[in-house]
Design a protein around this ligand. Structure first.
Ligand code: GLU
Length: 133
């Protein structure tokens, strides 16, 4: 089962997101990631495996953004991998999304979106939501 955490406030968000994900570790997961938003630009870090892998990969000093979201994933669609770890973007990387659960009609939606020129970077059901929005 996945875990989702979000933060918006006055403090740097990345350490708070990772701390929040650690509190959700008991739920089980196969990969994890965060994205923070700073002046309209996303910075995303994702890793397969333990949260320690994600923690080690983040240069907190380079991420002062005070807004972000984080996710621990339990794969339902697509292998446990960095490419399939959340958060996911749309084509323009203007929307970032994390998600808990299953999108039953994702294959139909994906086919529809690919027909409109969207390209996908993961095998997840979740990514279709970012493109659909
Ligand atoms: N179905 C989504 C995926 O496989 C979300 C799984 C979850 O709830 O962690 O990426």
């Amino acid at each position: 089962m996945c875990g989702i955490v979000g933060y918006i406030g006055k403090q740097a968000s990345a350490p708070i997101l990772v701390q929040g994900l650690k509190r959700l570790e008991y739920r089980g997961y196969d990969s994890a990631g965060i994205v923070v938003l700073d002046n309209g630009d996303f910075s995303r870090v994702r890793r397969q495996g333990n949260l320690a892998n994600l923690h080690e990969a983040i240069d907190f000093s380079a991420l002062p953004a005070t807004m972000g979201i984080g996710h621990t994933r339990w794969a339902t669609h697509g292998a446990p991998s960095e490419a399939n770890a959340h958060p996911h973007f749309d084509c323009a990387e203007k929307i970032a999304i994390v998600h808990n659960g299953i999108i039953e009609n994702y294959a139909t939606l994906k086919q529809f979106l690919e027909g409109k020129g969207h390209t996908f970077k993961s095998d997840t059901d979740t990514e279709v939501l970012a493109h659909l929005i």
